[in-house]
Design a protein around this ligand. Structure first.
Ligand code: 13P
Ligand code: SF4
Length: 357
């Protein structure tokens, strides 16, 4: 998804600054904008030199988000871009599992992640061995893995999903039972959307035999450290203060929160909702930078600024790191071929499902 025209490389630093100022004057202090414009200008020059494409997740900091990416979007959108680029280098301004997914889809490209770690609490919550053990316990049951997992977990899965297509992926399997990993809340929210009953075998009493259990979705107790923090009280407080506010939440939030909001969807779906909806005031229950990015695109709409929850992993990626990634060719993402080829099947199968949030 491209929100703004991509900057013409013939533009000067002053032009870059002006184009950033037009978007961000109400959001980023001027001195910072001037400094960031110089770095953005260098990133754009290096990008051409290295025949690179820059993909940026919707959670990137505003100065990066508006200035250097070729494509901006959610996990699903950026996976599709990574699969079809003709550039030599993919710079992934997002977290490690996203850059790994780009490598899985484009093994012959150089994929760079601008920060060495940039992890994710969901991806860290499950290992390939955990999946193998679940498959032994529930033989023949297909495994859906959220794209927020590492390559070895994807390699043990039948198909991946993102927040934008989780229900469509589960329904596409036409199976009575599905293993759905690793986000507990996305599993609970998807179970409700698809009318399925979910269990979490890791938290069940050991004496309960698997045959006695009533389930259609088998989940895992992983959580997003950002979205698990939002509460029903946050929504109530916001509505008390701003009775006309429209509240949007990511499906990684707890189900009781999803119950009381006006709309739930992946990051692209929330962006589109604000763009297309006539109301004047919104609260987003998701990573805070996205509120700034939406505000910069919708100056006539108010984003209620009670958000104080940042994703520490997404926040590791800055314009400076993006410049250094191109300058020093770092940090190169590698996925061993035996894992990559198996993970590829699961990611490709997801991409082929024609659904998005
Ligand atoms: P989206 O796929 O909705 O962009 O979400 C990715 C993510 O990490 C949310 O926390
Ligand atoms: Fe992972 Fe949550 Fe950060 Fe998204 S916001 S990258 S799910 S920790």
């Amino acid at each position: 998804m491209v929100y703004y025209p991509i900057k013409d490389v013939s533009m000067t630093v002053a032009d870059t600054y002006e184009s950033m100022r037009a978007r961000l004057s109400a959001i980023v202090p001027d001195a910072e904008l001037r400094y960031k414009a110089e770095i953005a200008d260098e990133v754009l020059r290096l990008k051409e030199e290295r025949n690179a494409v820059i993909l940026a997740h919707n959670y990137m900091e505003p100065a990066l988000f508006v200035s250097v990416p070729d494509y901006r979007g959610d996990s699903l959108d950026l996976s599709r871009r990574a699969a079809t680029t003709d550039r030599d280098v993919i710079v992934f301004c997002g977290v490690r599992f996203m850059a790994e997914t780009a490598k899985i889809l484009s093994p012959h490209k150089t994929v760079l992640l601008p920060a060495e770690k940039a992890g994710c609490s969901l991806a860290a919550s499950i290992t390939a061995k955990d999946v193998i053990d679940l498959k032994k316990r529930f033989p023949g049951v297909p495994v859906v893995s959220y794209v927020n997992t590492y390559a070895d977990v994807k390699a043990e899965s039948d198909i991946c999903c993102t927040s934008g297509n989780a229900a469509a992926v589960v329904e596409s399997l036409a199976a009575d039972t599905v293993i759905f990993l690793p986000d507990e809340y996305l599993a609970r929210n998807t179970a409700r959307e698809t009318g399925k009953h979910v269990i979490f075998p890791t938290t069940l009493p050991p004496e309960k035999a698997d045959t006695e259990l009533d389930y259609q979705l088998i989940g895992w107790p992983g959580r997003c450290e950002v979205h698990e923090q939002f509460t029903v009280e946050d929504v109530e407080n916001a509505r008390r203060q701003f009775p006309d506010v429209i509240v949007l939440a990511h499906p990684e939030c707890p189900p009781d929160v999803i119950d009381v909001v006006d709309f739930s969807g992946g990051t692209n779906a929330m962006i589109n909702y604000v763009r297309d909806h006539p109301a004047g005031r919104y609260l987003l229950l998701t990573e805070c930078s996205m509120g700034d990015n939406i505000a910069s695109e919708n100056p006539d709409k108010e984003m209620v600024r009670i958000c104080s929850i940042r994703c520490p992993h997404m926040n590791e990626i800055t314009l400076e790191d993006t410049r250094d990634a191109l300058r020093y060719n770092r940090y190169v993402i590698e996925v061993p071929e035996d894992i990559r080829s198996r993970a590829y099947r699961a990611v490709k199968r997801m991409i082929e499902i024609n659904a998005s949030g």
